[in-house]
Structures are given as C-alpha cells and as structure tokens.
Design a protein around this ligand. Structure first.
Ligand code: CTP
Length: 422
C-alpha cells in the first residue's frame, strides 16, 4: 500500500488538506480526514465532501482556518461542529468524540475523545478509517478495525454488537452501501441486523431521521435495486405497512430509471429534477390518498414535496386528455404547464400510450417555458394595467401563439389592441 494516500489527490484538494495539517501542527493538535472520503480514496472514487476530525475544539480550529482557506463558514454551536463551503468543496469539522447511548436509538451522550474513540462510534468498518493530516504523518492511514481488509473483501461489517440498536438507521445505510458497491453484509452483521429488525428497531427512530436515510437511498444512481433490497431485508413497514412492492411497481421503478436518464441527457439544463420524489411517488402508487396524507404528516415532509406528491394522485384525468385523438398544442400546454416536471415524468413512466408519451416529449422539447414576445414595457405603452383580466387575455394570446396563429410580435400587439377595443 502507498504510504501517503493523499499523494495523488487532485492538487487543489491536496493543498487544502496540507493547509489543515500545517494549522493543526501550529495548534499542537492532531487532525484527520475521516469516513466516506477515506473509503472513497481507497476505492479510487471521487468525493468532494471532506469530514475533518480534530482532537480539540472543531469550531475554534475552523475559525482559524478561515484566514487560510477561502469560503463561507457556518458554525453549529448546538452540535459543536463547523462547515466551510468553498467554491469546489465542502468541509465539515467535528471534535473527536466518544458516544454512549442511554437506551437503544436514543440520541447519544457525547464526550470529547481520541480519534480512535471517534472512529469506534461509526457505522461500518469501511467508514471508520482516518487519514492523518499533520505534516510528519501526512497521508498515513489509521485503520483500527480492519476497514481496509473489509473493503478488499467487499464486506459491510459493524464495529460492535450494539451498533444497530444504538442507531437503527444503520440498517438502511448497510443496504445503501451494499448496493452502491456491490458488497455483501458480513454474517454476524446480517444476524444482528435481523435481530434489530425483529425488535422493530426502525420504528423507534424519529421519523424525519429515517426519512432522510430513505431519501439518500432514492437519490442514489439507479435506485431500483436498492429498493428491491429493502423489500428483501426489511420491507417498507418503516414508511407504512400498506406499501407493497409487486411486479407492477418494480416495472415502474425500472421504467423510471430509463425515463429519468432520458430527461437528464436531453433536458439537464432546464431544471434539476428531484428524481428521488418520482421513485417515492411510485412506492406510493397503490396507497390510498388518506394513507398518503398520513405518511406526509408523520415524516413532516416539506410543502413543495407534499404538493407534488398529492398532485401525482390526480394524474388519471391528465392522461385521459393527453390520450385524445385530436388535441391542439395549446391544450397539451394547458394540462402540463401547471404540473411539476416530476409529475409529468411520472405520467410518461406510467402511460402505455405512445400518443401520451409523444405529447409529453413535445411539451418538454417545444412548449415548456414558451412566452409571448410582448413584454411588460409594451403593455405599459398601451396603457394597460396588470390585473386578473389582463392576465387572462395574455394567456389566451399565448395559447394562440402556441397553436401557430400569432407569428410575430406585431401580430400579438394588434390582437391585444383589437381585444381591448372590444
Ligand atoms: N456515520 C455513522 N453513522 C450514521 C451516519 C454517519 O457512523 N448513522 C459516519 C460514517 O463514518 C460516515 C460518516 O459519518 O462515513 C459521514 O456520513 P455520511 O455523509 O452520511 O456518509 P458517507 O459515508 O460520507 O456516505 P456518502 O458517500 O453517501 O456521502
């Protein structure tokens, strides 16, 4: 193994880590980069999220560093952590700590500790390694629990027997890393996971925490196989017992992967797609609206997400309209423009009708975001005041333009004048 694991890092990242190490030396403390970043270096995968652990106050350390690394510093006094976001990467600073749990799935009691303590409180051996940043040992791996061996043997292994009881969200994390890296869950770990599941550990976690883990999974690239793994290992009771994964939903999930890739290749510039929401909507496909509201309430979902989830329960009528033999372009626009991209894509995923699919493509390619050439200044010049009736008039105009009946700005303006005169 190389002695200096940070040797071949991209130069900017390496420079930043060197600055951190030098500052740690000057402050006479030890500093390490830890967790997923170390795992990904060993797997030769890019990762721009740096987790730094110092055996001292992380907040003071980060404050001092701000003079040396350009970025925006946010202090989280409650958690005694700090985050520095620079143009290229994000650096989280924490104080090395020891944790004890008063009872299963409680929030831990926290005490200052050594780097070993800090690594021991973590989820899996592959995520419990550190790399030293101090100058004399820059790039040296600290692997107390066999993380490197587990990485090479492709194993997910917890660090101690109470790991899943302490933090049941690790059950979902184990599934996530297993599927992301194509690893296996080591035997004893799998046994303890089963035990935790038997005692309904996932139901003890505060709902928003468990939902965060679910979102992490749904945000993975191609999450269908992760969802299948959830079905095999723990089922969906932790969201709602009524969620079932039958062959129809599995087919939709796979189709969603295809449609989302299509959208991201062709329309990436339009707006970032919340693809996780599409997968979540598919999971809710056979669940009635009352249960959907219950889930939204229990997990305290954000307003924007709630709105989109509810509207996906009303797409049958939209699909029926889009499937009409004869439909003007403006009519496609009218039904699709008010919907979110996630819901429109869901219609495309669910529909068996080539006509519906074709019309959705037309919407994304041509209609979405179309505007009149006439602008606010033009309307002012005509002496028109903003208001509901003007809004409706402009909407009518836009529909005409979409149907090819208004080709120039001149044509728009003369029609506006005509309609006002009426
Ligand atoms: N961690 C943990 N237990 C948890 C959550 C996090 O022990 N329930 C630790 C792990 O050491 C993990 C680190 O905190 O590596 C950072 O957490 P997170 O950013 O969620 O995970 P990453 O490993 O960085 O995964 P990803 O690549 O998905 O960002």
């Amino acid at each position: 193994m190389e002695n200096n694991l940070l040797e071949n890092l991209n130069p900017e990242l390496k420079k930043t880590l060197k600055i951190i190490g030098k500052k740690a030396d000057a402050s006479k403390i030890r500093a390490f980069v830890v967790g997923g970043f170390v795992r990904d270096i060993l797997l030769k995968k890019d990762n721009l999220d740096l987790d730094i652990v110092v055996e001292a106050s992380a907040i003071n350390f980060a404050r001092h560093l701000l003079k040396l690394i350009l970025g925006k510093l946010t202090i989280h006094n409650k958690f005694n952590t700090a985050t520095l976001v620079s143009q290229k990467f994000r650096i989280d600073f924490t104080t090395a700590r020891r944790e004890t749990y008063a009872h299963p799935s409680a929030l831990p009691d926290i005490y200052p500790g050594t780097i070993r303590d800090d690594l021991f409180r973590r989820d899996f051996t592959i995520n419990a390694m550190a790399i030293s940043l101090n100058q004399s040992s820059f790039g040296k791996l600290m692997d107390f629990f066999g993380g490197q061996k587990d990485l090479s043997q492709k194993k997910i292994r917890i660090l101690h027997e109470l790991s899943f009881a302490d933090d049941p969200t690790r059950i979902l994390r184990a599934i996530r890393f297993k599927e992301r890296f194509n690893f296996v869950i080591e035997k004893r770990t799998a046994y303890l996971m089963k035990q935790a599941l038997k005692s309904k550990a996932l139901l003890l976690v505060k709902p928003p925490r468990i939902f965060d883990e679910l979102i992490h999974i749904l945000k993975e690239e191609k999450p269908a196989k992760y969802i299948l793994s959830i079905k095999r290992i723990c089922g969906f009771e932790f969201i709602d017992p009524r969620i079932k994964l039958d062959s129809f939903i599995i087919k939709l999930l796979k189709e969603a992967e295809r449609q989302i890739s299509w959208f991201q290749v062709d329309f990436a510039k339009k707006r970032k797609l919340d693809s996780w929401l599409i997968y979540f909507m598919i999971l809710l496909n056979k669940v009635n609206i009352k249960t959907v509201y219950k889930i939204i309430h229990r997990f305290n979902l954000k307003r924007g997400d709630t709105k989109r989830i509810i509207s996906c329960k009303n797409i049958t009528n939209t699909e029926r309209i889009l499937n009409k033999k004869i439909l003007k372009l403006s009519e496609i626009f009218k039904v699709l423009e008010p919907l979110s991209y996630e819901v429109i894509l869901l219609i495309k995923i669910k529909s068996n009708s080539p006509l519906v699919r074709k019309r959705i493509i037309t919407f994304f390619k041509i209609l979405n975001g179309l505007k009149l050439a006439t602008n606010g200044e033009d309307l002012k010049r005509l002496g028109l005041k903003q208001g509901k009736s003007l809004g409706l008039l402009l909407e009518r105009l836009l529909h005409k333009k979409i149907d090819g009946l208004l080709k120039t700005k001149q044509a728009e303006l003369s029609l506006i004048k005509q309609l006002i005169a009426k």
